[in-house]
Ligand binder design. Sequence first.
Ligand SMILES: [Zn+2]
Length: 139
Amino acid sequence: METRPINDVSYEAYLEEEKLMGTTCRSCGARFLPPMPICTECHKPEMDWNEVGGKGKLLSFTCIAVAAPSMKEEGFDRNNPYCLGVVELDEGVRVVARIQGVDALHPETIRIGMPLHKKILHRGEGEHARAVLAFEPVS
Ligand SMILES: [Zn+2]
């Protein structure tokens, strides 16, 4: 049914289309997000794409004040830190992503276990366009 190769390029192309896609091992059923072309559990290469709903909860997080260059371009710095978190999705897979809509200057206000939903960010234009997976609190 799905003919796109399992790699980062396809994963980003799905993100551009607002789809969060992981892979499931045909042999043992292990699920991966971002997608893996080979199962790290049973080492078999037969993987299928599966769409992940995008709802989950915050497992852990960190607030980053010394921003990577791509984040500096978006205006993040010591005075405007950003939050990165590990999100456990309802399907059981865990993914590291940017957490939006939280106060990274006051991390004590960010709660472990808070419900989140996916928010795909579209950055850049033309050939520099890219989609970034983020999550934000369910209001
Ligand atoms: Zn497997």
